[in-house]
Design a protein around this ligand. Structure first.
Ligand code: NAD
Ligand code: NAG
Ligand code: NAG
Ligand code: NAG
Length: 417
């Protein structure tokens, strides 16, 4: 369709030009000139058609060119929970965004929301591709001019990683290597990497600083640590600007209710505590299962440092702004305050207004007792602090979206229950 309309416009404009000049030409020459012009126009049309068929021209979009004053960020995993929120923030801050995701865990619904918010050309494009496919990754980088990459795409459940470790080494470690290779061969210098406090394992001393030894105790943490190591080794001999952000436990959603967290139902059993609490509040599950009450913590349940996704994506933008060639920055992203699972459950009951039934069970393999951050470094170096994180308020915001999207982003996703 596009090809035809393009060549037609081209031909028409060429013809009208020649007609405009015709009155003043010698009638004898007229035939040959018109013939030449028609021939030229036809050749132009054919050339345009062929160019458009060739791979380098199949995305003749602004996304394929660097533009002064425009920062083009590739967001991998942008259909997922954190990646979609990061994309929204980047778009709002006037970045140009390309999202790549293979929707194995993310939601096309989140992409649709973003596209409706930013329909102008050159703002947002979505590319469906698998980062585990080197050809697809190479094509992605060949056809687009990125200034930076925010690499969120991953599989990200501790429990699942103990059951299916290869999936984790493949989709985290190996895929990050692939992204890095593509960045190197296409001269993309800036990387913001999603890492996790799970890379620290279970340190003796709390809070966790960036210098706390990394001794991960499950395949998820190990796969992320390996990916970090690969990135750091590569940086030693390159001009890359790298920021590694080690997130603590992410909660909340867009305060304006446009995006939310909507994991696949089949992942429910591996899911995170907020999802589990909301499912119980909605009656999808009979109650909330708290696993482990005999940890050495204030009340025996696990202690975690919860960080609101709005604060988290703010850390990403600050990291991107402060990234410098040849420099690596590693930062914990947390509040510095640990909250127990029991405290969390109480906050969730208040946020949802539902007296969720709670079952206390034995420990789950791969869990650490107590994890909270020391967020000093990121405050001093990136001027970042958690401003939106308030356990109950963050959960209220997330609950509002959950209630209004009983089916996630699915077909009936917009229908309130
Ligand atoms: N949620 C948390 O509490 C938390 C904590 C620490 C770190 N992280 C990290 O943050 C990142 C994002 O996590 P999330 O919670 O948004 O997870 P998510 O599952 O919601 O999003 C991940 C996205 O990556 C996509 N993806 C996975 N494999 C892919 C592939 N091979 N090709 C293309 N796309 C692929 C999925 O489809 C999904 O949209 C992950 O790297 C995760 O390890 C999350
Ligand atoms: C997504 O990517 C993974 C590899 O990381 C692949 O195994 C899976 O089949 C892909 N899913 C889809 C829907 O393309
Ligand atoms: C991850 O990798 C495994 C191969 O180990 C693959 O089967 C799976 O589909 C991949 N993707 C996801 C999202 O799990
Ligand atoms: C740090 O951030 C605050 C806003 O959160 C801002 O008012 C202040 O000017 C910033 N300081 C520096 C040095 O950039």
């Amino acid at each position: 369709m596009l090809n035809f309309s393009r060549s037609r416009t081209q031909t028409r404009s060429a013809r009208s030009l020649s007609l405009g000049g015709m009155d003043y030409t010698d009638p004898k020459k007229k035939h040959s000139i018109v013939g030449k012009i028609i021939l030229a126009a036809t050749l132009t049309a054919i050339c345009i058609f062929m160019l458009k068929q060739s791979p380098s021209f199949s995305s003749p979009s602004v996304f394929s060119r660097h533009e002064a004053g425009v920062n083009h960020v590739l967001v991998t995993g942008g259909a997922g929970y954190i990646g979609s929120h990061a994309s929204l923030r980047l778009l709002r801050d006037a970045y140009r965004v390309t999202i790549v995701d293979n929707l194995s865990r993310g939601n096309i619904g989140a992409i649709n929301v973003l596209q409706e918010l930013f329909p102008e050309p050159g703002r947002l494009q979505f590319i469906y591709a698998d980062l585990g496919d080197p050809k697809a990754v190479n094509k992605l980088f060949s056809e687009n001019a990125f200034d930076a990459v925010m690499h969120f795409a991953a599989v990200a459940y501790v429990g699942e990683s103990t059951l299916d470790p290869l999936k984790y080494y493949h989709n985290i470690t190996s895929n990050t290597l692939g992204v890095l290779e593509a960045m190197a061969s296409h001269g993309v210098q800036t990387l913001i990497y999603s890492s996790t406090c799970a890379t620290y394992g279970e340190p003796d001393k709390m809070p966790i600083t960036e210098d706390t030894p990394q001794v991960p105790i499950n395949p998820y943490g190990k796969a992320k640590k390996m990916a970090e190591d690969i990135i750091l080794d590569f940086c030693k001999n390159s001009d890359m600007s790298v920021m590694i952000l080690r997130y603590f436990n992410v909660i909340g959603s867009d305060p304006d209710g446009r995006l939310g967290e909507a994991p696949r139902p089949e992942l429910r059993e591996h899911g995170r505590i907020s999802g589990a609490c909301f499912d119980a509040a909605r009656g999808i599950t009979p109650g909330l299962q708290v696993k482990g009450t005999d940890y050495k913590t204030v009340d025996g349940t696990c202690v975690r440092d919860y960080i609101d996704v709005t604060d988290l994506v703010d850390a990403h933008v600050k990291a991107l702004e402060k990234a410098k060639p040849g420099k690596v920055g590693i930062y914990n992203v947390g509040t510095g305050k640990g909250r127990s699972v029991k405290e969390f459950v109480e906050a969730c009951k208040k946020a949802t207004g539902v007296n969720v039934k709670v079952d206390y069970l034995s420990r789950r393999p791969g869990d650490y007792a107590e994890v909270y951050s020391d967020p000093t470094k990121i405050r001093l170096e990136l001027n970042w602090t958690a401003k939106h994180t308030d356990l109950q308020k963050s959960l209220e915001v997330a609950w509002k979206w959950q209630k209004a999207h009983s089916n996630g982003y699915g077909p009936l996703g917009g229908v309130a229950s």
